[in-house]
Unconditional design. Structure first.
Length: 260
């Protein structure tokens, strides 16, 4: 398939997930706790089911890695990575800052990504070698003169273990820490790609949490890597840096002062 066809398919997946999620937002739905104690709702499962149905029909040779229903065809060179609701806690609280994440991996490397916020109608689309689009128009990260000027975001302190939290807070102290943003999940990365946030740092992410974000951030002029500065792929451990101005990367890694 061409990148044009892949993008069209990815957008159809996002449309299908959005149609499954919107009727359940701030409505009645069931939920339960998964093995790791994180919540899952019927909206998560309905959205992933809708996307898998399309992939099975239109890309039957491609693999699928989904947060809710696991992997299919894991040996395929092309893998679609699906997170139907990244930010289920926000969805459950009626906060429209969650998102559907859709990624395409080629040989383990992210080449296409979508962040879709189905309630606000915001969609970021990135693909290798192409500019990132926000609702069809180019998105660009912003420059950051120094780390002290950087607005830093993360989903929440509860997602760091004690060791990682110490290093995160050491970095935060070097940023514009009175503007530190907690909450937002994938939405923070969209805001970074559109030039509203400078830096997102997280730990413990899984492939479905970050794969879609890489083409979006990098296609908008930013960079994504792990805490060592290495590129993110299917084998990455989940320590993630997203930075709007790549010129600040050495400062960020030094601020974390951490070898993983």
């Amino acid at each position: 398939m061409t990148i044009t066809a892949d993008l069209a398919l990815a957008n159809r997946l996002a449309d299908a997930a959005s149609a499954a999620i919107r009727p359940l937002f701030r409505a009645d739905w069931t939920h339960e706790a998964k093995a790791d104690a994180s919540p899952v709702t019927e909206a998560d499962r309905a959205a992933e089911t809708a996307m898998r149905r399309i992939l099975d029909a239109e890309a039957p040779r491609d693999g699928i890695i989904g947060e809710e229903f696991g992997a299919e065809r894991p040996d395929a060179a092309r893998q679609w990575v699906l997170d139907p609701i990244d930010g289920t806690v926000s969805f459950m609280a009626g906060r429209p800052i969650f998102g559907t994440l859709i990624a395409l991996l080629q040989d383990g490397w992210p080449v296409l990504g979508i962040i879709d916020q189905p309630i606000s109608g915001e969609r970021w689309v990135g693909a290798l070698g192409q500019p990132t689009l926000f609702n069809g128009k180019p998105a660009r990260t912003r420059t950051c003169r120094s780390l002290a000027d950087a607005a830093l975001a993360t989903t929440g302190p509860q997602y760091f273990d004690d060791h990682d939290a110490e290093h995160f807070m050491a970095l935060a102290a070097k940023t514009a820490h009175k503007r530190l943003i907690f909450g937002g999940d994938c939405y923070n990365y969209g805001l970074l790609a559109s030039g509203h946030v400078d830096l997102v740092v997280e730990a413990g992410l899984k492939l479905h949490d970050f794969a879609a974000l890489v083409p979006i951030v990098e296609g908008a002029g930013g960079t994504m890597c792990d805490w060592n500065g290495d590129p993110l792929n299917a084998d990455s451990a989940g320590h993630v840096i997203a930075l709007g101005d790549p010129a600040r990367l050495e400062d960020v890694i030094e601020g974390l002062a951490c070898a993983h």
